[in-house]
Ligand binder design. Sequence first.
Ligand SMILES: Cc1ncc(COP(=O)(O)O)c(C=O)c1O
Length: 364
Amino acid sequence: MIRVSSPHITDEDVEAVVRVLRSGMLAFGPVGEEFERELARYLEVKHAVAVSSGTAALYLSLRALGVGPGDEVVVPDFTFFATASTVLLAGAKPVLVDVELETYTVDPSQLEGAATDRVRAVVPVHLYGHPADMDQVLRVASERGAHVVEDCAQALGAEFRGRRVGGLGHAAALSFYPTKTITTGEGGAVATNEDQIADAVRFLRSHGQRQKYYHVELGWNMRMSDVQAALGLSQLRRVDRMIEKRRALARIYVEELSPVPGLRLPVERPWAKHAYNLFTVWVEGEGTRDRLARFLGERGVETAVHYPVPLHRQPALAGVRKARGCCPNSEEASKHVLSLPLHPGLSEDDVLRVSRLVKEFFCS
Ligand SMILES: Cc1ncc(COP(=O)(O)O)c(C=O)c1O
């Protein structure tokens, strides 16, 4: 089976984790701190604060910015659930906006109308690894006095106008789930250039205490362990090579599949570096996407749909406000997108085989 995503684990990764296990110091400590320093250096930000998941990173970023009851937060309708659920968990209300259909990131023309006086933050998602148009996001947010929290869960190493995503807004959330560009099993981080935000995230991830057993506020245990951090640190040492491998495989897909009518391939805007956390194509025609997925599955190729249900249709988000004009694109995307296998463990031959099968499907 050619897997759609798969973590890339080397002997060095295993040894790094075993070293921590043997040390007897498993909770967050020196290895976690080193992971935070190296991650901040990689992202070109002042602080990276390691947490238990990307969801925790989004939630803690919002809380650290003071987002809460009475506030609205603009999020795209086409993304993973956590981008919006964390707004509700923080006590605020999401406002859903549509995405544009080439990069599947927030449609800048929708932002203006969506950002009312109650909007306290905007959460652009760099979906699949392609950055959102941050010039537009930052402009609208600053005109409204709103914060920007980048959802970088799928975009470690992506660039906007030559700058790594993660340091472009007030805070950014990263995920190290096993399908992501680097993994810690489960895990995440908040990146920020602002001391106050980093301090608040550190405080809230650990029971609202600055001094051991003295709790000034209600917080959570959303810490990362040193076992996880050891894996993350080891993976981070080769992150650029892993991204280059993803980009090289993506280029093969593009070469092989661009003549195929009925398929729209991912684009890379002139101002963007795509990190290709996912290689997601658009399959034309009613029901064709699902037929292609079945065809590939029967021939040993796993695919996935990111995402089959737009946020405005999620039962848990019933009643959430949609901005005017939201969200025909998101609705269509949920019916047509299909992620093909892409991860550093694949060979060029694997990608050629998948491409051949896709072409066979469209010719048969
Ligand atoms: C766009 C996006 N946001 C947030 C998350 C949440 O990250 P995690 O699964 O680490 O909680 C994910 C991960 O699936 C994601 O893809």
